[in-house]
Structure formats: C-alpha cells, structure tokens
Design a protein around this ligand. Sequence first.
Ligand SMILES: NC(=O)c1ccc[n+]([C@@H]2O[C@H](COP(=O)([O-])OP(=O)(O)OC[C@H]3O[C@@H](n4cnc5c(N)ncnc54)[C@H](O)[C@@H]3O)[C@@H](O)[C@H]2O)c1
Length: 357
Amino acid sequence: MKIFSSSLGPIYSGDVRDGLKKVIDDHQPLSVFIICDENTARCCVPKIEYLVDNPRIIVTKSGEQNKNLETCKYIWSALIEKGADRDSIILNVGGGVVCDMGGFAAACFQRGIRFGHIPTTLLSMSDASIGGKLGVDYKGFKNYIGLIQNPSFIWIDPSFLETLPPLEITSGMAEIVKHAIIGSQPLWDIVSGVKTINELNWAEIFEENIAVKVKIVESDLREQGLRKVLNFGHTIGHALESFYLASRNPVTHGQCVAIGMLTESRIAVSMGLLNSADFESITQVISRLLSPEVVSLPGVEMVLPWIGGDKKKSKGRVGFSLPDKIGSCGWDIPVEENAIIESFEWVRAQVKSVPFR
Ligand SMILES: NC(=O)c1ccc[n+]([C@@H]2O[C@H](COP(=O)([O-])OP(=O)(O)OC[C@H]3O[C@@H](n4cnc5c(N)ncnc54)[C@H](O)[C@@H]3O)[C@@H](O)[C@H]2O)c1
C-alpha cells in the first residue's frame, strides 16, 4: 500500500486487504455504512464488507440518470432507518456517480458525517474521487446541486478494474488524457506512447495522474482560477452529456468528455492558441478512446442550448478552458459561437470515419 499525502486528505493506493481495515478503524466509527450501486454491490463490495464489523449496505440504482435528489432522499431515508448518526462513517464504493452522490448525501446528512471514497471505475480512480466536488444533476443539468468537501480518505485499488466493462475503461482514460493535456508532459508521454490501453501500467499512471490533479486542486480548491483548467473538454462534454440524458439515451461521461476535448482543441487551433502538430497528436490519442456510442453525434444545434446552461458560466458568459500546448492550458477564454459550431461540426464529420475496434 502507498500513501499520497496532501492537503486534500490521504490517498491510499493498493489492495484493500492491505490496510483499509486499519484506516477505517482509525476513524473510530460507531457504525460503518457502504453506499454502492447494484453492480458494485456484486463486483466490489464482497471484497470490502468482511473488513468491516456489521457493515450496513445501501444499494442505489446505477447510472447517471439516477444521480439526482430522489436517490439522495432514498439514501437519507435508509441512513435514518439503519441508525446512522454523527459517529458513523460512509464508504462510497463505486464509480463517479456513487462517489459524487454518496459524498453529497453524507456531507448534507445531519449537517455532515464522515465519508471515504473507494472508487471502482477508472474514471473515479483518476478523477471523480479526487478534489472534493460532490453533487447531483438537477433538471437535466449536470452537477447543478452540490458542494465542495474532501473525503476523510480515498482508497484506490486497481484490482477493481478487472470487472469493469471495456467501454468504462476507455471512458476513464479520457480524464487521464485530459490531465496530461492540461498539465503534464510526462503523463502525455506515457498515454501517447502506447498503441493499446492493455499496455498501460496503472500504478505508473495513477502516480503521475494523482500528482497533476492534486497540485491543481490544492492551489485553487474553490475554482476561482487555475482549477478551471480541469474543465477542459467539459463545456462541450457536459452539454453533450446533458443532451443525451434528456433524450433518454445516456452516453458515458468519459465519451462525452473525449468529444468535448476534440472540439475544444479544434477551437483552440482556430483561435491560434494551439499549434497543428499538438492538435494532430491530441486527435490521434483521443480517437483511440472513442467508442461506437458516439459514432453519430447530434447536430450542433441540439447541443448549443445546453452549453448556455452550463454552470461554468460567470458574469453571463461561458468561459472555455483551452490548451495552448500539451501540458499547458488557459481558462476563462471567451469563444465566438461560430468557432463552436465550426469545430463541433468538424468533429462530428471526423468521428464518422474513426475505425472502431
Ligand atoms: N467530482 C468530480 O470531480 C468528477 C470528475 C469527473 C467525473 N465526475 C462524475 O463522475 C460520473 C461518471 O463516473 P463513472 O464514469 O465512474 O460512471 P458510473 O459511476 O456510472 O460507473 C459506470 C458503470 O460502471 C459500473 N461499475 C462501477 N465499478 C465497477 C466495477 N469495478 N466492475 C463492474 N462495474 C462497475 C457502475 O455500476 C456503472 O454502471 C459523472 O456523473 C461525472 O459527472 C465527477
């Protein structure tokens, strides 16, 4: 087991059998709750529950469409029925949906009880569990209701990836690629240096990936400046994700972010911020992550209205985070609507010709 210490709280990585029990016991909880969904209840909780005395398990329905206040109400009712109080601790065992929503439910319950994240998808190990953003979707808009609070600890056990469907692996890679583009040439060298995901060494990736995310969040927890670079790919990505959710055809967050990064990189080129050689290698790496889920993207007119609703709006306008080279990114950049339209349509035409595996 390895520990990454930071002001965001300890991040442990390694097999949960190698120390998770002690980490939980050190918090001296009077009761331990596990929040999971039906998939992680089956694939991941069995590896954890026996480490805990009398775990009280709350199973939610999986999927972005269930990341909402209704599910929070279900969690809060279950916490009351099963006797949770301020001396309890909640373990969020799942992907980004469970971590975001379980953390939010914990942070609001009785004005806040302790929680730890045990992320089980690549996306939640590399991104969603780190940085304290908690919340749920509301009226179709992504993460509209929420708050920022760091968990008591995070435990990353890559062995949970063994049961993760391949689509979820490629989707999770999107956030790792994002971290490389916005802040780490060494991470970029790793992700661009392989032809297939199977060649990657997770321990090596997580070490560099955690370092990038933690450094950015530590310097700007409340997202007043630098942290906005983490939104690269998300202004378009969230708009696309909201569109798909509203059309009752959810597409994974990571796939939407991948399309968002392609579009926003193209915008950066059209504004003279990013050079075409970097854009070419970004396009190559991201194209390898795309799945047939996004083969036929909606027309830009279907996506534009959701961009206006993105909560990253400030003083009435949407500021984009755009890379200026690999490893470096600006933020709060105003973008003309024409550049969004042209770039999205370019990406829409490109993905039709991606040779999906
Ligand atoms: N808080 C943040 O900073 C942040 C950052 C990025 C993304 N997010 C959020 O994360 C969410 C997406 O997270 P996600 O991609 O992990 O999706 P997810 O939580 O929906 O998980 C994807 C699917 O994998 C299943 N699953 C999870 N672990 C498994 C395992 N080990 N084996 C088999 N199946 C497993 C889940 O049940 C689900 O069906 C979005 O809601 C997004 O907004 C948050």
